[in-house]
Structures are given as structure tokens and as C-alpha cells.
Design a protein around this ligand. Structure first.
Ligand SMILES: CN1c2c(nc(N)[nH]c2=O)NC[C@@H]1CNc1ccc(C(=O)N[C@@H](CCC(=O)N[C@@H](CCC(=O)N[C@@H](CCC(=O)O)C(=O)O)C(=O)O)C(=O)O)cc1
Ligand SMILES: N[C@@H](CCS)C(=O)O
Ligand SMILES: [Zn+2]
Length: 765
């Protein structure tokens, strides 16, 4: 019999119960015991839902109070010395301090592959020791067992865990730590087997990235060792990319099951079918349901694919029907969307609906198509309704794109010439200070918006409130002595959702939350059709803010690549085409802001790096269109208008030529958690344009000291010319509270003044 596996389920709960529980614990309004009780309820709900949907291989330990990579680091005792851990169980508050900072800085956080999920980066020293410190996988397995549910513990595989980490102090290959790490995995597997587990899912997404022969040999060695050591059946899970040339090497690993992402890399099917025979006794987990998007699966297509693979191997009993990856990256349940446009809703499936899709496919494989004929026919009709809908295409948008010429992608003059006219206009001091855009989205702000949405506040009341917050924000920035001001982004729920809400071709959910990091969630808009901008989106707020101050106001926009990357994107045309459509809409907004007298416009592209394909061979093509889209958005203005961009959580080393070719006048980047290491790339590349390296970590509630920031600024002047430098936090301030924000910005301005006194040359007019 074919089986089904869900690989992982959203953690937050249908109503973001996890977020509320953890934030209540942080706010000291519930106890640790209450937090444990509430999270146990949530785990139970998830397991029951999956059991009742017919899933055979139900995951456990896919749940986390913050992040599963952090859980793994804690589990193996990789706890950086600064957290003062002396052995034994890791206290919950130490766990949260590792993620969020406390007395000492938090660990770094970065993107989980090409998703909008962020993980905490493990830190390894060359003398790193490991020990099993946590019983979390075992506890969750037993918890489910007590409910009568046999689960598959999900563990981050040892090789991916090490490859995702960062070495501290001496430079060494983290894989050198495997001999010390593997005994911990062996003990864990043994404990799970003793508790009654039969399967364990070891996630090794790094196996699907470009890997050397030497690394593939390490995979072979490690998995041979683990398999020999355990009675558990190991399911090795790859996702987000195809295995490419090392599919055979992966199939030769002595594990019981190998999972393939057939949505991202459908060509793996042909690769498989060209093999002489079914790989030994292996189960193949075929990821045919998109775990990264919200479109209803074309079940007839997927079934044909499953049947081809089964027929090839005469092995329907060796197939596991699964999503392409964990369902962590899609919202919980479409059924809660009562207000969603009915036509588009009919095209969608969230996590719960994807479980039902898996069940239909599994039943068709096991019991014959006739047992699910109605479901398959209904699905075929829905897929056809979407394909032929008149709401998808907009002739004007496509004609405009087709008519673009080269000059739409280039500023009038080169950077040096622009810099001097901009300086003549802006008269900025050396080391100009600014922020990344958002100011605290306090409870008060969110409540006002919720009241407006529920009808408890009128539009006039809500807008008056937003104006008062904006004015307060402008006055605060003036009094702090910031040089380039922002309006604070109080009117925005989210930097992507806000723009999507105002463009055609998008729809919105009420509850389609997806975890971004820790308790923070995003509600990605859904792009279902051609994108256009009916009217200006930000001009009113930026103009209002500029009218309040003589200092330059920075208009704030989200860039096309980021809007694309953080939305659920239509899958019926290339992503590039959708991105170019968004770029045109943003270009119109940039031009409107300029016409309204806004002298500086920031086009945020924090997701540009995240969108890089996981295989290097595909980078060039992606970077070409991604940079084109940014330039299309940015190049409609005169030389005297200063274009900024902002990026966070990214390694820039390998995309420097692309960043330079974006040709933004100023780029602000996240660097503080990595001690300005990222600037090395800018230095090595002799980056020409201006840079604002983030001088403090906004994700931590900890207020940075002046000295710390001066120290970081000194590192920047070691690497870059002082006349290139701006001073800013490393991302927007929306998650911070007002008190933290004021104190941190006060210190930042003081640090900038110190840098100015030490290194500042007047900027050339
Ligand atoms: C910069 N980042 C972003 C990413 N992706 C995005 N799409 N947007 C980003 O900004 N990726 C990389 C990083 C990730 N960083 C963050 C930072 C902060 C958040 C965040 O704060 N998320 C909020 C939700 C934001 C939102 O949409 N809020 C709405 C709804 C608020 C709400 O929950 N309302 C309550 C009622 C409120 C009341 O009555 O008090 C409710 O519905 O129950 C809004 O502002 O209106 C979060 O809380 O998780 C995300 C990613
Ligand atoms: N302008 C946005 C960028 C976040 S990446 C903000 O300040 O929140
Ligand atoms: Zn940012």
C-alpha cells in the first residue's frame, strides 16, 4: 500500500494560538506551565487533524517554540558560551535569549533557504563539544503516543545542521565536527527506538544544493553509520530543489526512504524513470503537492505522475504521497476564509486542504481511481475554471511591458554625477543618519486598525489617528537629530501586504498567516492575475509627512522582487513576468512620489538575495531579471532624486556584481548581528555607491550602547571610505516598543556624531 506523509505542519495554529501563548509568556502574563499546557493543546490539535485526514506518517518534533534549527542546536548542546550554560537541561529563558538576546546579544538569524522563514544560525567553535541535552523529540513522540498516535519524529539531519551553522574563531570546515556530533544523533535514535518509534524523518535539504563529490561521500559515510546504528527506518528528506546530478548518489544512501521535491524539480521523475531499476527496497516519497504555494493541486496530473512511477517500479507499495516540503510555509486552513472572493477561493488549498488532496491521491493509487472519481472530476473542473477565468489577464499591462525600451532600465547619469547633484540639493552632513522606515507598530496602532476594520472606528477617525502618529514620529526624529526622516509606516499592516492590497491582480486572506520568525507571522498576498496599480499608493502619507518638516523625507516603497518573493505567486506564467508587472506599478509610484516633491525614495529589496535559485547554475538568469525589475522600478526619476534600497538577512558576497548593477544611490544593509562581516564583500568588490551598514540589531529588545555602535562604525571605516557611509539600524523598527526605539536611536545619533568628529569630511557639494 502507498503511504502518505505530511513532512511537517504549520505551528502557529488556525488562529495563531502559539504566537499569543509565547508572547503572553514573554509579557509575563502567563506562567511557564500555562505555556506548556497551551502548546500541548496545539500539538494535539495538529496531530488529530492529520490523523483524521488519513495521513500515515504523521510528524512530531516539527513543532517549535521558536525555530527548529535553534531546537537542534540546543538539543546537541551547541550553546554559545556567552549564554552561560553549564550543562543539564537548557532553561526556557536561555532558549529564548539565544533567539532574542537578553544580557548578551542574540544569535544570528537568517533565511531558511529561499523561504521567508528565518532560522537561528548555530555557532560552532573548533573545540566544539556536543551532548544530548534535550528530550524534546522523545517527549513529543511520547505525547502523541499517549493520544494513541504513532508519529515520525522529524530531526534536522546532522550534515545540514552543521552546514547551516557558522564557525566562530578559527576558520574550519563545520563538517569536521561530524565525528563529535554523530554519537549524539545515535543516542537520540536509540532513545526514540526504545520509546517505540518505527520511522524517523531526517531533513537534509542541503543535499539538494550543489555538493562536491567529497561531500556526497560524507553523506554516504554518515548515513551508513546511522543506518547501521539504528533499528529505525530513516526517511531522508530533501526539498526546495532537485538532486540534479547527485540523484543516484542520494538513491544509493542506505536509508529506507528518500523524499524528492517534484514541484520544484519535476524533472526528477524522468531522471528516476531512466534508471535501470527501482532503488533497492527503498520507499520513494514523491512530493507532488506544492508545500510552498496555495494553489489547488491538479490531482489528475499528479495522479498520472504517481502512476507512472509506480508502474515503472511495479511498486505502488513503495510510494509515499507527500507535499513537496513541510507544510510549514502555507497557511493552516482555507475554510476559515469566509470573506474571500468565491471565484478565487475555488482555486486554492491551504495546509488542511492539502492533506485532503494527499488522501485522494493515495486512495486512487491504492484502491483505484473509481473510488475517488467524483473528487478527481471536481478537481479537474476547478483547475479548468481557473485556467479559463477572464479575471487573470490584462491586455494593457502586457502591451506596456512589451513596449519597454532599454532606457527604462537606466538612470540618466552615472552614480558620481548623481551624488553631487543630490548632495547639492540635500546638504547632508557626513555619516547621515536615517532609519529603515517603520516605527513601532504598537498595540495602539494595531488596535486602531482592527477597530477600523471591524467598523468600531470610521475611516476619518482612523486616518486622523494615523496622521497624529505620523506627526509624532516626525517630531521625534527631529528631536533625536536624525538627518533623513521617514513617515513611520503606521498605515501599513505589512510592507508587502499593504502594496498588494492596493494593486489589481492580488487578493488577501483574513487568516492566511505563515510563520516568519519566532512568533512573528506574515500574511502573504495571493497574486492570481496580471498586476497593475489603479492609483498612487503612498503619496498621500509621504507628502503629509514632508509637509511637517524641512528635513528631507524618504518615501518608502517595497521593491518588485520582494513583493513577488513574499507573496503566493501565480504558477501559470514565469515568475519573471509577474515581477516585471509589479516593477512597472512600483515605477509609477516612484515617479508620483518624485512629482510630489519627495527628494529621497527607498525601494526595499530585502528578499532579492532570498530569491536566488538554490543551484548556482540558475543564478545568472535570475539575477538578470531581478536586477532588471529593480532598475525598471527605480529608473524613472531625475538625477537629483536619491534612490535608496534596503536588504536584510543576507549574505552578499556572492551577489556583489548584481548589487552594484542595481545602482541604488544608497543601500542600507543588515550587518550588526554578524559584526560587520558582510561589509567585507563590499570592500573586496570596491563597491562605489553609498552604504548604510546597520549599526544595531532591531530584532532584539536589547538597547545597544553608544560604544558598541561606535565600535561597529570603526569597523566600517576600516573597510569603506567615510564619504560613502550612512548610519542606520539594520532593519525597520516596527517590532520594537517606543521606549526601546527612542533610547536606541538616541544612542545611534550620538555614535554617528562621534564617528563624524573622528572621520567626517564634509561631503563634496
Ligand atoms: C522585514 N520582514 C518582513 C518579511 N516578510 C514580510 N511580508 N514583511 C516583513 O516585514 N520577511 C522578513 C522580515 C520578517 N520580519 C517580520 C517582522 C515583523 C512581523 C510582524 O510583526 N508581524 C505581525 C503581523 C503584522 C500584521 O499584518 N499585522 C496586522 C494584523 C495585526 C493583528 O494581529 N491584529 C490582531 C488584533 C489587534 C488588536 O486588536 O490589538 C488580530 O488580528 O488578532 C495589522 O497590523 O493590522 C505579527 O504580529 O506577527 C513579521 C515579519
Ligand atoms: N521599510 C521596511 C523594511 C523592512 S525589511 C521597514 O522599515 O520595516
Ligand atoms: Zn529589513
Amino acid at each position: 500500500m502507498a503511504l502518505s506523509a505530511s513532512l511537517g505542519f504549520p505551528r502557529m495554529g488556525a488562529r495563531r494560538e502559539l504566537k499569543r501563548a509565547i508572547e503572553a509568556y514573554w509579557g509575563k502574563s502567563i506562567s511557564r506551565e500555562a505555556l506548556f499546557a497551551q502548546t500541548a493543546d496545539l500539538r494535539k490539535t495538529r496531530w488529530l487533524l492529520q490523523r483524521d485526514s488519513g495521513v500515515d506518517l504523521i510528524p512530531s518534533n516539527d513543532f517549535s517554540l521558536y525555530d527548529h534549527v535553534l531546537d537542534t542546536a540546543v538539543m546537541v548542546g551547541a550553546i554559545p558560551a556567552r549564554f552561560g550554560w553549564t550543562g543539564g537541561d537548557v532553561d526556557l529563558d536561555t532558549y529564548f535569549a539565544m533567539a532574542r538576546g537578553g544580557q548578551v546579544p542574540a544569535m544570528e538569524m537568517t533565511k531558511w533557504f529561499d523561504t521567508n522563514y528565518h532560522y537561528i544560525v548555530p555557532e560552532f567553535t573548533s573545540d566544539q563539544a556536543f551532548q544530548l541535552t534535550s528530550t524534546k523529540p522523545l517527549d513529543e513522540f511520547r505525547e502523541a503516543q499517549a493520544l494513541g498516535i504513532q508519529t515520525v519524529p522529524v530531526i534536522l539531519g546532522p550534515i545540514t545542521f552543521l552546514l547551516l551553522g557558522k564557525t566562530k574563531g578559527a576558520d574550519f570546515n563545520p563538517l569536521d565536527l561530524l565525528p563529535k556530533l554523530l554519537p549524539v544523533y545515535e543516542t537520540l535514535l536509540q532513545q526514540l527506538a526504545e520509546a517505540g518509534a518505527k520511522w524517523v524523518q531526517l531533513d537534509e535539504p542541503c543535499l539538494a544544493l550543489d555538493r562536491t563529490e567529497e561531500e556526497l561521500a560524507i553523506y554516504q559515510e554518515v548515513y551508513t553509520r546511522l543506518v547501521n546504528h539504528t533499528v529505525l527506518s530513516i526517511s531522508l528528506t530533501t526539498y526546495f530543489a532537485g538532486l540534479g546530478n547527485h540523484l543516484t548518489a542520494a538513491l544509493n544512501l542506505p536509508v529506507s526512504a528518500l523524499h524528492l521535491d517534484l514541484v520544484r524539480a519535476p524533472e526528477q521523475v524522468e531522471q528516476l524513470l531512466s534508471l535501470p531499476q527501482w532503488p533497492q527496497d527503498k520507499y520513494l516519497s514523491l512530493g507532488v503537492i506544492d508545500g510552498r504555494n496555495v494553489w489547488k493541486n491538479d490531482l489528475n496530473y499528479s495522479l498520472a505522475l504517481l502512476q507512472r512511477v509506480a508502474a515503472w517500479g511495479a511498486a505502488s507499495d513503495r510510494i509515499i504521497v507527500s507535499p513537496s516540503c513541510s507544510l510549514l510555509h502555507v497557511p493552516w486552513d482555507l475554510d476559515t476564509e469566509k470573506a474571500l472572493d468565491a471565484e478565487v477561493k475555488d482555486w486554492l488549498a491551504f495546509a488542511k486542504q492539502k492533506l485532503a488532496e494527499m488522501e485522494i491521491l493515495k486512495t486512487a493509487v491504492n484502491d483505484g481511481v473509481e473510488n475517488v472519481q467524483t473528487a478527481l472530476d471536481d478537481n479537474r473542473a476547478a483547475v479548468e475554471r481557473r485556467r479559463t477565468s477572464t479575471r487573470i489577464h490584462n491586455r494593457l499591462v502586457n502591451e506596456r511591458l512589451a513596449g519597454l525600451t532599454e532606457d527604462a532600465y537606466t538612470r540618466t547619469s552615472p552614480f558620481a554625477a548623481r551624488k553631487s547633484v543630490q548632495q547639492a540639493r540635500l546638504q547632508l552632513k557626513p555619516f547621515p543618519t536615517t532609519t529603515i522606515g517603520s516605527f513601532p507598530q504598537t498595540k495602539e496602532v494595531r488596535k486602531a486598525r482592527a477597530d477600523f476594520r471591524s467598523g468600531a472606528q470610521t475611516k476619518e477617525q482612523y486616518e486622523a489617528f494615523l496622521r497624529s502618529k505620523t506627526e509624532e514620529c516626525v517630531r521625534l526624529q527631529e528631536s533625536l537629530g536624525l538627518d533623513v526622516l521617514v513617515h513611520g509606516e503606521f498605515e501599513r499592516t505589512d510592507m508587502v501586504e499593504y502594496f498588494g492590497e492596493q494593486m489589481d491582480g492580488f487578493i488577501f486572506t483574513k487568516n492566511g498567516w505563515v510563520q516568519s520568525y519566532g512568533t512573528r507571522c506574515v500574511k502573504p498576498p495571493i497574486i492570481y492575475g496580471d498586476v497593475s496599480r489603479p492609483e498612487s499608493m503612498t503619496v498621500t502619507w509621504s507628502s503629509y509627512a514632508q509637509s511637517l518638516s524641512k528635513r528631507p523625507m524618504k518615501g518608502m516603497l517595497t521593491g518588485p522582487v520582494t513583493i513577488l518573493q513574499w507573496s503566493f505567486v501565480r504558477d501559470d506564467q514565469p515568475r519573471e513576468t509577474t515581477c516585471r508587472q509589479i516593477a512597472l506599478a512600483i515605477r509609477d509610484e516612484v515617479v508620483d512620489l518624485e512629482a510630489a516633491g519627495i527628494p529621497i525614495i527607498q525601494i526595499d529589496e530585502p528578499a532579492l538575495r532570498e530569491g536566488l535559485p538554490l543551484h548556482r547554475g540558475e543564478w545568472e538568469a535570475y539575477l538578470k531579471w531581478a536586477v532588471d525589475c529593480f532598475k525598471l522600478a527605480a529608473s524613472g526619476v531625475q538625477d537629483e532624486t536619491q534612490i535608496h534600497t534596503h536588504m536584510c538577512y543576507a549574505e552578499f558576497n556572492d551577489i556583489m556584481p548584481a548589487i552594484q548593477s542595481m545602482d541604488a544611490d544608497v543601500i542600507s544593509i543588515e550587518t550588526s548581528r554578524s559584526d560587520m562581516e558582510l561589509l567585507d564583500a563590499f570592500q573586496q568588490f570596491s563597491y562605489q555607491n553609498d552604504i548604510g551598514p546597520g549599526v544595531y540589531d532591531i530584532h532584539s529588545p536589547r538597547v545597544p550602547t553608544v560604544d558598541e555602535m561606535v565600535f561597529l562604525l570603526e569597523k566600517t571605516v576600516d573597510r569603506l571610505d567615510p564619504s560613502q557611509l550612512w548610519v542606520n539600524p539594520d532593519c525597520g523598527l516596527k517590532t520594537r516598543n517606543e521606549e526601546e526605539t527612542v533610547k536606541a536611536l538616541e544612542a545611534m545619533v550620538e555614535a554617528a556624531n562621534i564617528a563624524r568628529a573622528r572621520y567626517g569630511q564634509p561631503l563634496n557639494a
